[in-house]
Design a binder for this molecule. Sequence first.
Ligand code: HEC
Length: 148
Amino acid sequence: MHLHTRLLFVSSVWAFLGCNQADPLVTCDPNPAVVTTATLQTQVFNACRTCHNQNDTYADLSAPEKSQAMVDKASTFSKGVAGSELKLVKPKDLANSSLWLKLNGGTSAKLAGPKMEMLGGIMPPTGALSATDLKAVKDWICGGAKAN
Ligand code: HEC
């Protein structure tokens, strides 16, 4: 390949990647507010327990230490995609956190994981959380998904 053509090709790939990374939905604020798992348990996760308890295949959200176990745990719903890094919660990585993508609508909002992992429908199934609750979840993930 002629050098000039090759440089152009490389820079257009860069532009494409840069574009993806700038997607505000999956971009962390540089200084997220401090939100802990304990806070989110009361604010958000307690309302998920009717389905997400110790009997659930996907995620147990029945207590702070259970919800904390989402961190770095592989997504069950979309497992089996080659090269997938999708977790229930991947600290500081919204695009690879199925929790975040599903709270924002999942497949019903035409969202997919970075490796085109299927996400299933919105959580909670009754409809989106408030903007305040969504921001709290985002800040928690972006701050490293810390217990307290
Ligand atoms: C009425 C029952 C119900 C409620 C309430 C509910 N969920 Fe779910 N959830 C499900 C089902 C069923 C699945 C698996 C199928 C799917 O993903 O669509 C699921 C899947 C998930 C997953 C994906 C797990 C994976 O393997 O990637 C996450 C994360 C999740 N729910 C979070 C929540 C959160 C957070 C709440 C509360 C704000 C919530 N859910 C409320 C039924 C529920």
